[in-house]
Design a protein around this ligand. Sequence first.
Ligand code: NAD
Ligand code: ZN
Length: 256
Amino acid sequence: MQANEPIAELAQWFQSARGMVVLTGAGMSAESGIPTFRDAQNGLWSQFDPEDLATAQAFRQDKALVWGWYVWRMAMVRAAQPHAGHWALTELATIKPSLSIITQNVDDLHERAGAKDVVHLHGSLFASRCFACGRLHEDVHLPPEAALKPSLRLMPPRCAHCDGYVRPGVVWFGELLPQLAWRKAERCATECDLLIAIGTSGLVFPAASLPGIARHRGAKVVEINPIRTPLSDQVDLSLRSTAGEALCRLVTVLKA
Ligand code: NAD
Ligand code: ZN
């Protein structure tokens, strides 16, 4: 392999980095069959308006629509498996223990591929909680497969403590990020020498500010995405590749 090949350059940066961050977005889960949000044909927002599904206001207005949509997404994630890129990323974290995985994804595919201490900036599909008192309700019943569709209407369960409605454990538009997770992400971005942004459109803030924070502090920033994004002009290296391909290749190069 030529030393100036992009993947070889990334491997060199990886080897010399002390602090390292991998920031993942919906594109990281795409190869596991989970649709991204903004893809023109299959993206979740090509069929639904985020305002109708991913805001507290939407939940107040039509609980059955919102809860049904999230139950469909929970079931889809339960049925999906981590892909080779998830496993490769876990291997990279073993090679470089200082690597922090920060994700915008609300699925658990990184964890199911063995990743530890993943920072979930936008919460988790599997941490439902009471809309009124905030208590966790992780034991959500998923209807049989045949009943599941994105337009499933399903009333959320009620909280055993206060009778409030149970809501999805994700961060909706207009809500604050979990502050511990955000502070950790900001610190990691500030202190790292290398940040790799994988499968994110770079449109949802404040997560989208992390690559800029890292670069401003002198870190190398690399993007892995099959298409150009608003981030592409602000990175040191863009790999036009899927998450699975790029991460598996990086592991191969590092082990060669
Ligand atoms: P996105 O859908 O905006 O972007 C996904 C990106 O992944 C695209 O740039 C696409 O080109 C890329 N991609 C597609 N396939 C890929 C592959 N195989 N490998 C690598 N890249 C691939 O998703 P985003 O940037 O993650 O969106 C921001 C965040 O907004 C979401 O992660 C989500 O947490 C949050 N959000 C949450 C809700 C909610 O329900 N609470 C709703 C909307 C958005
Ligand atoms: Zn309650």
